[in-house]
Design a protein around this ligand. Structure first.
Ligand SMILES: C[S@@+](CC[C@H](N)C(=O)[O-])C[C@H]1O[C@@H](n2cnc3c(N)ncnc32)[C@H](O)[C@@H]1O
Length: 315
C-alpha cells in the first residue's frame, strides 16, 4: 500500500498547472471552490477562462473524464496563444527557448525590445477588422515570455491596443517550462475540450440542464473611485455585472449547477446577497477569505473577502 506521502507526491506530479499567470487567477482560492464541485454533472463550461485554474483543477482530479468542456474568453491574445500551444506545441517551445536564452543575456532591455519592436508590431500587422488577432507560434511564445517576465503577469493594453505592461523584477524566471506547457497542450488537445474566443453570454445558448458552469468575471471594484482606471480598462462595468446576474439566474432556473466568484462590492451584494430573484432561483451567497496576489501596492496584497455565489450545496 502506498504511503500517504507518496500518494500526495503522485497527485502533485499528475496535477496540470496554469501556463499563464493571470490577474484574478483562482489557484489560491481552490480550497474554497472545491467543496462546490457537484458530485455529478453533464458538460462543464468556463466562460471567463483566463489561466483556467478551476478547469485544470477539475481535470487533474479526474472530474472531467468522459465529459465535454467548453472554455470561453473574450481576450483574443489569450485564446490565440492557447490555440498555438495546443496545435503547434514544439514550435512555441522552440521560440520560447530562444527568448529565454536572450533574456538570460540581456534582461529587462530584452523584455522591452520584444514588447515594443516585435510583439506589438506583429500583432498590429495581423489584426483583423473585427479586432481578432490570428496568432502564430511566435506570437504565442512572446505572450508567454512577456507574461513570465512582465510585472505581476499582468495583461494590459493601451487605447491603441498595444500591450504596455512594464518589465517585472523576477530574479530567475522560468520562461521555457516545457513540462507545464506540454501538459496544458495535451489537455487542450483532448477532443472533448473546446476553447473559443467568445463573450460569456454564449454560455446561455449552449448549457443544458445538469451542466456545471463556473463564472469568474473581472471583479466589480470595491471602490469605484480607487480603481476607476482599471474598472473602465477592463471593459466590464455594472451593466455587464447585471447581464451576468440575469444569465446566472436563467441557468439556475434551467437546472444547471452554477458557481460564480466576485468581489464583496456593494454592486455584487445588491445583485445576489438577499436579492429576491437570485434567492428564488436557489442562489446563495458565501463570504470566503482569499489571498490577493496582484496589487501594485505590496502592502495591499494581504487577505480579502470574496463572494462565492452558487445553487450547489457545498460539501
Ligand atoms: C478574473 S479573469 C478569470 C481568471 C480565471 N478564473 C483564472 O483562474 O485565471 C476574467 C477573464 O474574463 C475575460 N473576460 C472579460 N470580459 C469578458 C466577456 N465579456 N466575455 C468573456 N470573457 C471575458 C478576461 O479576458 C479574463 O481572462
Amino acid at each position: 500500500m502506498p504511503s500517504p506521502t507518496s500518494t500526495r507526491a503522485t497527485e502533485r506530479a499528475a496535477r496540470v498547472l496554469p501556463l499563464l499567470k493571470w490577474v484574478g487567477g483562482k489557484r489560491q482560492l481552490l480550497p474554497r471552490i472545491r467543496p462546490f464541485y457537484p458530485p455529478t454533472f453533464g458538460s462543464y463550461f468556463e466562460p471567463f477562462f483566463g489561466s483556467g485554474a478551476v478547469f485544470l483543477d477539475l481535470w487533474s482530479a479526474g472530474h472531467l473524464r468522459g465529459r465535454r468542456a467548453v472554455l470561453l474568453d473574450s481576450n483574443s491574445d489569450l485564446v490565440g496563444c492557447y490555440e498555438m500551444v495546443r496545435d503547434r506545441t514544439s514550435e512555441v517551445l522552440g521560440a520560447l527557448r530562444a527568448l529565454a536564452g536572450e533574456h538570460a543575456r540581456l534582461g529587462r532591455a530584452h523584455y522591452y525590445a520584444v514588447r515594443d519592436e516585435r510583439f506589438n508590431p506583429l500583432r498590429d500587422a495581423r489584426r483583423e477588422a473585427d479586432g481578432r488577432i490570428p496568432y502564430s507560434a511566435e506570437l504565442a511564445a512572446m505572450l508567454i515570455y512577456l507574461n513570465r517576465t512582465g510585472f505581476n503577469g499582468l495583461y494590459r493594453v493601451n487605447a491603441r491596443g498595444h500591450f504596455n505592461v512594464p518589465a517585472g523584477r523576477h530574479v530567475r524566471p522560468n520562461i521555457a517550462d516545457r513540462p507545464r506547457l506540454e501538459r496544458v497542450a495535451a489537455v487542450l488537445q483532448d477532443s472533448a475540450v473546446a476553447l473559443r474566443r467568445a463573450p460569456f453570454t454564449e454560455a446561455l445558448d449552449l448549457a443544458r440542464p445538469g451542466d456545471f458552469l463556473y463564472f469568474d468575471p473581472p471583479y466589480a471594484p470595491l471602490s469605484v473611485t480607487a480603481s476607476f482606471t482599471s474598472y473602465t480598462a477592463l471593459g466590464f462595468g455594472a451593466e455587464d455585472q447585471r447581464t451576468l446576474q440575469c444569465l446566472v439566474i436563467a441557468l439556475a432556473e434551467r437546472g444547471c449547477h452554477v458557481l460564480l466568484s466576485n468581489s464583496t462590492s456593494d454592486v455584487i451584494g445588491a445583485l445576489y446577497d438577499g436579492n429576491r430573484e437570485a434567492e428564488a432561483a436557489g442562489l446563495r451567497t458565501y463570504r470566503v477569505r482569499a489571498r490577493r496576489a496582484v496589487n501594485s501596492v505590496a502592502t495591499r496584497r494581504g487577505a480579502v473577502d470574496e463572494f462565492l455565489i452558487s445553487n450547489i450545496e457545498p460539501r
